[in-house]
Design a binder for this molecule. Sequence first.
Ligand code: UDP
Ligand code: MG
Length: 320
Amino acid sequence: MPIVYFVVPCYNEEEVLPETIKRLNLKLQELISSGKADIKSRMLFVDDGSKDKTWEIISAFSETNIYVGGVKLSRNRGHQNALLSGLMTAKEHCDCAISLDADLQDDINVIDEFIDKYTDGCEIVYGVRSSREKDTFFKRSTAQSYYKLMKSLGVDIVYNHADYRLMGKNALDALAEYSEVNLFLRGIVPLIGYRTDYVYYERNERFAGESKYPLKKMLKFAIDGITSFSVQPLKIISNLGIMICFLSIIGFIYALVSFFMGSAVSGWASTICSIWFLGGLQMLCIGIVGTYVGKIYSEVKHRPRYRIEKTIIRQNSKGD
Ligand code: UDP
Ligand code: MG
Protein backbone atom coordinates (compact mmCIF):
# COMPACT_ATOMS: atom_id res chain seq x y z
CA MET A 1 0.00 0.00 0.00
CA PRO A 2 1.52 3.33 -0.99
CA ILE A 3 1.96 6.27 1.35
CA VAL A 4 0.03 9.00 -0.46
CA TYR A 5 0.51 12.70 0.16
CA PHE A 6 -1.95 15.33 -1.05
CA VAL A 7 -0.04 18.54 -1.72
CA VAL A 8 -2.19 21.66 -1.71
CA PRO A 9 -0.78 25.17 -2.33
CA CYS A 10 -2.87 27.83 -0.60
CA TYR A 11 -2.76 31.59 -1.03
CA ASN A 12 -5.35 33.62 0.91
CA GLU A 13 -7.69 30.66 0.98
CA GLU A 14 -9.36 31.16 4.40
CA GLU A 15 -12.78 31.04 2.78
CA VAL A 16 -12.35 27.58 1.28
CA LEU A 17 -9.82 25.87 3.55
CA PRO A 18 -12.04 24.51 6.36
CA GLU A 19 -14.35 22.88 3.81
CA THR A 20 -11.42 21.68 1.67
CA ILE A 21 -9.71 20.07 4.65
CA LYS A 22 -12.99 18.38 5.61
CA ARG A 23 -13.58 16.97 2.11
CA LEU A 24 -9.98 15.88 1.57
CA ASN A 25 -9.89 14.28 5.00
CA LEU A 26 -12.99 12.22 4.17
CA LYS A 27 -11.36 11.13 0.91
CA LEU A 28 -8.13 10.19 2.64
CA GLN A 29 -9.92 8.18 5.36
CA GLU A 30 -11.89 6.39 2.64
CA LEU A 31 -8.64 5.52 0.80
CA ILE A 32 -7.02 4.27 3.99
CA SER A 33 -9.99 2.17 5.10
CA SER A 34 -10.40 0.64 1.64
CA GLY A 35 -6.75 -0.38 1.67
CA LYS A 36 -5.65 1.89 -1.18
CA ALA A 37 -3.43 4.16 0.88
CA ASP A 38 -1.18 3.54 3.84
CA ILE A 39 -2.07 4.84 7.29
CA LYS A 40 1.02 7.06 7.08
CA SER A 41 -0.59 9.06 4.24
CA ARG A 42 -1.08 12.77 4.85
CA MET A 43 -2.50 16.02 3.49
CA LEU A 44 0.13 18.71 3.16
CA PHE A 45 -1.05 22.31 2.91
CA VAL A 46 1.48 24.88 1.73
CA ASP A 47 0.78 28.43 2.87
CA ASP A 48 2.24 30.58 0.12
CA GLY A 49 2.77 33.70 2.25
CA SER A 50 -0.95 34.38 2.73
CA LYS A 51 -2.08 37.63 4.28
CA ASP A 52 -5.24 36.21 5.80
CA LYS A 53 -5.87 33.41 8.33
CA THR A 54 -4.76 30.56 6.05
CA TRP A 55 -1.84 29.47 8.23
CA GLU A 56 -3.85 29.76 11.45
CA ILE A 57 -6.46 27.46 9.94
CA ILE A 58 -3.85 24.91 8.83
CA SER A 59 -2.09 24.83 12.18
CA ALA A 60 -5.36 24.67 14.13
CA PHE A 61 -6.55 21.67 12.08
CA SER A 62 -3.18 19.97 12.45
CA GLU A 63 -3.55 20.00 16.22
CA THR A 64 -6.74 18.00 16.19
CA ASN A 65 -6.10 15.88 13.08
CA ILE A 66 -2.83 13.98 12.68
CA TYR A 67 -3.43 13.68 8.92
CA VAL A 68 -3.16 17.44 8.40
CA GLY A 69 0.33 18.76 7.76
CA GLY A 70 1.53 22.23 6.85
CA VAL A 71 4.41 24.08 5.24
CA LYS A 72 4.63 27.85 5.61
CA LEU A 73 6.62 29.83 3.08
CA SER A 74 8.29 33.01 4.32
CA ARG A 75 6.53 35.10 1.66
CA ASN A 76 4.37 34.78 -1.43
CA ARG A 77 6.37 32.96 -4.11
CA GLY A 78 3.57 32.06 -6.50
CA HIS A 79 1.65 28.89 -7.17
CA GLN A 80 4.41 26.97 -8.97
CA ASN A 81 7.05 27.57 -6.31
CA ALA A 82 4.59 26.83 -3.51
CA LEU A 83 3.66 23.57 -5.19
CA LEU A 84 7.30 22.62 -5.68
CA SER A 85 8.13 23.29 -2.02
CA GLY A 86 5.24 21.05 -1.00
CA LEU A 87 6.27 18.26 -3.38
CA MET A 88 9.88 18.41 -2.22
CA THR A 89 8.77 18.22 1.42
CA ALA A 90 6.39 15.34 0.67
CA LYS A 91 9.11 13.49 -1.26
CA GLU A 92 10.95 12.68 1.96
CA HIS A 93 7.94 10.92 3.45
CA CYS A 94 5.76 9.52 0.70
CA ASP A 95 5.65 6.93 -2.07
CA CYS A 96 3.58 9.21 -4.28
CA ALA A 97 2.21 12.74 -4.10
CA ILE A 98 -0.94 14.15 -5.64
CA SER A 99 -0.99 17.90 -6.25
CA LEU A 100 -4.29 19.74 -6.27
CA ASP A 101 -5.68 23.23 -5.80
CA ALA A 102 -7.16 24.43 -2.53
CA ASP A 103 -10.47 25.34 -4.15
CA LEU A 104 -11.16 21.69 -5.11
CA GLN A 105 -12.09 22.66 -8.66
CA ASP A 106 -10.53 19.39 -9.66
CA ASP A 107 -12.78 16.44 -8.95
CA ILE A 108 -11.30 14.55 -5.98
CA ASN A 109 -13.31 11.43 -6.75
CA VAL A 110 -10.83 10.44 -9.45
CA ILE A 111 -8.03 10.13 -6.87
CA ASP A 112 -8.81 6.40 -6.66
CA GLU A 113 -8.02 6.09 -10.36
CA PHE A 114 -4.77 8.01 -9.87
CA ILE A 115 -3.67 5.56 -7.18
CA ASP A 116 -4.81 2.51 -9.17
CA LYS A 117 -2.62 3.62 -12.08
CA TYR A 118 0.29 4.24 -9.73
CA THR A 119 -0.12 0.76 -8.22
CA ASP A 120 -0.11 -0.61 -11.78
CA GLY A 121 3.37 0.85 -12.27
CA CYS A 122 2.88 4.40 -13.57
CA GLU A 123 5.25 7.01 -12.18
CA ILE A 124 3.30 10.02 -13.40
CA VAL A 125 -0.46 10.26 -13.83
CA TYR A 126 -1.88 13.43 -15.40
CA GLY A 127 -5.34 14.70 -14.58
CA VAL A 128 -6.87 15.90 -17.85
CA ARG A 129 -10.05 17.96 -18.12
CA SER A 130 -12.54 16.20 -20.33
CA SER A 131 -14.29 19.46 -21.26
CA ARG A 132 -14.03 23.17 -20.74
CA GLU A 133 -17.74 23.91 -20.82
CA LYS A 134 -17.74 25.53 -17.38
CA ASP A 135 -15.04 28.06 -18.29
CA THR A 136 -15.80 31.53 -19.52
CA PHE A 137 -15.46 31.98 -23.26
CA PHE A 138 -12.37 34.13 -22.69
CA LYS A 139 -10.57 31.58 -20.51
CA ARG A 140 -11.47 28.71 -22.81
CA SER A 141 -10.31 30.34 -26.01
CA THR A 142 -7.11 31.83 -24.56
CA ALA A 143 -6.20 28.52 -22.92
CA GLN A 144 -6.76 26.55 -26.10
CA SER A 145 -4.83 28.90 -28.33
CA TYR A 146 -2.04 28.82 -25.77
CA TYR A 147 -1.75 25.03 -25.96
CA LYS A 148 -1.63 25.27 -29.75
CA LEU A 149 1.02 27.99 -29.62
CA MET A 150 3.16 25.91 -27.24
CA LYS A 151 2.85 22.89 -29.55
CA SER A 152 3.93 24.96 -32.55
CA LEU A 153 6.94 26.22 -30.60
CA GLY A 154 7.96 22.64 -29.96
CA VAL A 155 7.10 22.49 -26.25
CA ASP A 156 5.67 19.20 -25.09
CA ILE A 157 2.81 19.90 -22.67
CA VAL A 158 -0.25 17.79 -21.94
CA TYR A 159 -3.40 19.25 -23.49
CA ASN A 160 -5.98 20.45 -20.94
CA HIS A 161 -3.88 19.37 -17.98
CA ALA A 162 -3.31 21.84 -15.16
CA ASP A 163 -1.32 20.87 -12.09
CA TYR A 164 -3.61 18.07 -10.94
CA ARG A 165 -1.32 15.06 -11.10
CA LEU A 166 0.22 12.18 -9.26
CA MET A 167 3.97 11.76 -9.13
CA GLY A 168 5.78 8.77 -7.71
CA LYS A 169 8.96 8.95 -5.64
CA ASN A 170 11.22 8.40 -8.66
CA ALA A 171 9.53 11.18 -10.62
CA LEU A 172 9.82 13.50 -7.62
CA ASP A 173 13.53 12.72 -7.31
CA ALA A 174 13.89 13.54 -11.00
CA LEU A 175 11.98 16.78 -10.56
CA ALA A 176 14.39 17.78 -7.78
CA GLU A 177 17.21 17.68 -10.35
CA TYR A 178 15.69 20.53 -12.34
CA SER A 179 17.19 23.58 -10.71
CA GLU A 180 15.63 26.29 -12.85
CA VAL A 181 14.22 29.36 -11.17
CA ASN A 182 11.51 30.27 -13.70
CA LEU A 183 9.40 27.32 -12.85
CA PHE A 184 6.80 25.95 -15.27
CA LEU A 185 5.99 22.51 -13.90
CA ARG A 186 3.68 21.56 -16.77
CA GLY A 187 6.64 21.78 -19.10
CA ILE A 188 9.18 20.04 -16.87
CA VAL A 189 7.13 17.03 -15.82
CA PRO A 190 6.76 15.60 -19.36
CA LEU A 191 10.57 15.81 -19.71
CA ILE A 192 11.03 13.37 -16.83
CA GLY A 193 9.86 10.29 -18.68
CA TYR A 194 8.93 6.99 -16.99
CA ARG A 195 5.61 5.27 -17.54
CA THR A 196 2.79 7.80 -17.58
CA ASP A 197 -0.96 7.70 -17.91
CA TYR A 198 -4.00 9.99 -17.91
CA VAL A 199 -7.13 10.28 -15.84
CA TYR A 200 -10.08 12.30 -17.19
CA TYR A 201 -12.30 14.44 -15.00
CA GLU A 202 -14.76 17.33 -15.01
CA ARG A 203 -13.58 20.58 -13.50
CA ASN A 204 -16.06 22.38 -11.23
CA GLU A 205 -16.37 26.01 -10.34
CA ARG A 206 -14.72 27.41 -7.23
CA PHE A 207 -17.12 26.76 -4.34
CA ALA A 208 -16.02 29.90 -2.45
CA GLY A 209 -13.49 32.69 -2.63
CA GLU A 210 -12.01 34.26 -5.73
CA SER A 211 -9.46 33.15 -8.28
CA LYS A 212 -5.91 33.91 -7.12
CA TYR A 213 -4.78 34.05 -10.73
CA PRO A 214 -5.64 37.49 -12.02
CA LEU A 215 -4.95 38.26 -15.68
CA LYS A 216 -1.54 39.75 -14.88
CA LYS A 217 -0.29 36.61 -13.11
CA MET A 218 -1.78 34.44 -15.84
CA LEU A 219 0.06 36.36 -18.56
CA LYS A 220 3.35 36.12 -16.67
CA PHE A 221 2.79 32.40 -16.27
CA ALA A 222 2.06 31.99 -19.98
CA ILE A 223 5.14 33.96 -21.01
CA ASP A 224 7.27 32.00 -18.53
CA GLY A 225 6.02 28.82 -20.11
CA ILE A 226 7.17 29.86 -23.55
CA THR A 227 10.47 31.52 -22.63
CA SER A 228 11.55 28.73 -20.26
CA PHE A 229 11.05 26.02 -22.82
CA SER A 230 11.53 27.38 -26.27
CA VAL A 231 14.24 29.35 -28.05
CA GLN A 232 11.98 29.41 -31.08
CA PRO A 233 11.21 33.16 -30.66
CA LEU A 234 14.93 33.84 -31.19
CA LYS A 235 14.88 31.80 -34.38
CA ILE A 236 11.88 33.81 -35.53
CA ILE A 237 14.07 36.96 -35.33
CA SER A 238 16.74 35.37 -37.54
CA ASN A 239 14.16 34.22 -40.04
CA LEU A 240 12.57 37.64 -40.09
CA GLY A 241 15.99 39.16 -40.76
CA ILE A 242 16.60 36.83 -43.68
CA MET A 243 13.17 37.60 -45.05
CA ILE A 244 13.68 41.37 -44.86
CA CYS A 245 17.11 41.09 -46.56
CA PHE A 246 15.47 39.12 -49.33
CA LEU A 247 12.64 41.64 -49.67
CA SER A 248 15.18 44.45 -49.84
CA ILE A 249 16.79 42.79 -52.85
CA ILE A 250 13.43 42.76 -54.59
CA GLY A 251 12.98 46.39 -53.53
CA PHE A 252 16.43 47.15 -54.90
CA ILE A 253 15.52 45.78 -58.32
CA TYR A 254 12.25 47.74 -58.24
CA ALA A 255 14.13 50.93 -57.28
CA LEU A 256 16.67 50.38 -60.07
CA VAL A 257 13.89 49.93 -62.61
CA SER A 258 12.15 53.12 -61.40
CA PHE A 259 15.47 54.93 -61.51
CA PHE A 260 16.18 54.00 -65.12
CA MET A 261 12.63 54.72 -66.16
CA GLY A 262 13.15 58.13 -64.66
CA SER A 263 10.08 57.97 -62.45
CA ALA A 264 12.02 58.12 -59.14
CA VAL A 265 13.03 61.24 -57.27
CA SER A 266 16.79 61.46 -57.19
CA GLY A 267 18.31 59.91 -54.04
CA TRP A 268 15.16 57.90 -53.22
CA ALA A 269 16.35 54.55 -54.56
CA SER A 270 19.66 54.46 -52.71
CA THR A 271 18.12 55.68 -49.45
CA ILE A 272 15.22 53.27 -49.40
CA CYS A 273 17.37 50.28 -50.42
CA SER A 274 19.98 50.87 -47.75
CA ILE A 275 17.34 51.35 -45.04
CA TRP A 276 15.71 48.04 -45.84
CA PHE A 277 18.87 46.08 -46.37
CA LEU A 278 20.57 47.37 -43.24
CA GLY A 279 17.40 46.80 -41.22
CA GLY A 280 17.27 43.19 -42.37
CA LEU A 281 20.96 42.66 -41.79
CA GLN A 282 20.75 44.04 -38.26
CA MET A 283 17.82 41.83 -37.44
CA LEU A 284 19.67 38.81 -38.80
CA CYS A 285 22.67 39.67 -36.61
CA ILE A 286 20.49 40.04 -33.53
CA GLY A 287 19.05 36.64 -34.39
CA ILE A 288 22.53 35.10 -34.62
CA VAL A 289 23.54 36.61 -31.28
CA GLY A 290 20.20 35.38 -29.96
CA THR A 291 20.97 31.83 -31.02
CA TYR A 292 24.08 31.89 -28.85
CA VAL A 293 22.15 33.49 -25.99
CA GLY A 294 19.65 30.66 -26.37
CA LYS A 295 22.46 28.11 -26.03
CA ILE A 296 23.81 29.89 -22.94
CA TYR A 297 20.30 29.92 -21.55
CA SER A 298 19.89 26.18 -21.86
CA GLU A 299 23.37 25.63 -20.39
CA VAL A 300 22.76 27.74 -17.29
CA LYS A 301 19.55 25.91 -16.57
CA HIS A 302 21.68 22.86 -15.84
CA ARG A 303 18.92 20.47 -16.66
CA PRO A 304 19.77 16.83 -16.04
CA ARG A 305 20.96 15.20 -19.25
CA TYR A 306 19.47 11.81 -18.54
CA ARG A 307 17.99 9.72 -15.85
CA ILE A 308 18.46 5.98 -15.69
CA GLU A 309 15.37 3.94 -14.99
CA LYS A 310 16.98 0.49 -14.85
CA THR A 311 20.42 -0.99 -15.45
CA ILE A 312 21.47 -4.55 -16.12
CA ILE A 313 25.12 -5.48 -15.67
CA ARG A 314 25.75 -9.18 -15.27
CA GLN A 315 28.88 -10.39 -13.51
CA ASN A 316 30.97 -13.32 -14.71
CA SER A 317 30.32 -16.38 -12.62
CA LYS A 318 33.28 -17.60 -10.54
CA GLY A 319 35.93 -19.50 -12.42
CA ASP A 320 35.35 -17.70 -15.77
N1 UDP B 1 -1.95 29.92 -5.36
C1 UDP B 1 -0.75 30.01 -4.64
N2 UDP B 1 0.01 31.14 -4.77
C2 UDP B 1 -0.35 32.19 -5.56
C3 UDP B 1 -1.55 32.08 -6.33
C4 UDP B 1 -2.32 30.94 -6.19
O1 UDP B 1 -0.39 29.09 -3.92
O2 UDP B 1 0.39 33.18 -5.62
C5 UDP B 1 -2.77 28.70 -5.22
C6 UDP B 1 -4.22 28.93 -4.84
O3 UDP B 1 -4.37 29.03 -3.45
C7 UDP B 1 -4.90 27.70 -5.40
C8 UDP B 1 -4.08 27.38 -6.64
O4 UDP B 1 -2.84 28.09 -6.49
O5 UDP B 1 -4.83 26.59 -4.52
C9 UDP B 1 -4.76 27.78 -7.92
O6 UDP B 1 -5.22 29.12 -7.84
P1 UDP B 1 -6.68 29.55 -8.31
O7 UDP B 1 -7.67 28.50 -7.97
O8 UDP B 1 -6.95 30.89 -7.76
O9 UDP B 1 -6.48 29.64 -9.88
P2 UDP B 1 -7.57 29.34 -11.04
O10 UDP B 1 -8.20 28.03 -10.69
O11 UDP B 1 -8.52 30.46 -10.99
O12 UDP B 1 -6.75 29.27 -12.28
MG1 MG C 1 -8.95 27.46 -8.98
